[in-house]
Write a protein that binds this ligand. Structure first.
Ligand code: CA2
Length: 196
């Protein structure tokens, strides 16, 4: 029997107020390290707020400024704003970052993996080239949902292969900015709901 059954998770039970590596979303994908008895419920008690990292790769900072036919007119800042609002409503803390440098993505994935915090990853063109990102996901155990704005399978052949898909929990592509929101929904499905 779970000792926390029937109780309400405290807002913050850690003395320092810092989040612990046990932070978990408790969803079918986000459930990372369930406690031995209580699983996702235990995790909700251990962490003030689950964290999801949204990582964006090269050239995604150009969104909304060029190639609207392929990538639309929404900027990365607008995608972040939309996602932050959705995360807040779900009681999830979101970190949202972009880099044109492969090593930054590798470091951020490793950090998330070490903390057991899930990642929504649009690695941009590194999706199709980066063994380093593949290894970072695999090596750190990071739980990754791969996302793409465009349907890469309906585009050039060189975009058809992903080095990420084989080490990802799931892949969502082709829905524009909605791809990110669907990934957030997937990671938070079944997680304890935020009280209004
Ligand atoms: O569809 C996606 O989300 C991609 O990850 C976007 C990448 C592309 O290399 C992948 O094959 C699919 C490119 C992001 C660059 O976006 C730009 C936006 C405006 C202007 C130029 C590039």
């Amino acid at each position: 029997m779970c000792e926390n059954a029937g109780k309400t998770p405290a807002a913050d039970q850690s003395p320092s107020g810092r989040r612990t590596p046990k932070a978990s979303l408790g969803g079918p994908i986000g459930l990372r390290r369930p406690g031995p008895l209580c699983g996702q419920f235990d995790a909700a008690f251990d962490s003030p707020m689950p964290v999801i990292h949204v990582l964006n790769g090269p050239n995604l900072n150009l969104l909304g400024t060029r190639e609207p036919a392929t990538y639309g007119t929404v900027t990365l800042a607008q995608i972040e704003a939309q996602l932050q609002a959705k995360a807040k409503a779900k009681g999830v803390e979101l970190t949202f970052r972009q880099s044109n440098t492969e090593g930054d993505l590798v470091n951020w994935i490793q950090e998330a993996g070490a903390k057991g915090e899930p990642v929504i990853l649009n690695a941009g063109a590194y999706t199709h080239t980066s063994v380093a990102i593949h290894d970072a996901i695999r090596g750190s155990g990071a739980e990754v949902v791969e996302v793409h704005l465009s349907n890469v399978h309906a585009r050039e052949a060189f975009r058809h292969h992903s080095f990420i898909s084989s080490v990802a929990k799931g892949v969502i592509l082709g829905f524009g900015p909605l791809s990110y929101e669907l990934a957030l929904d997937a990671l938070t499905a079944g997680a304890p709901q935020k009280k209004s």
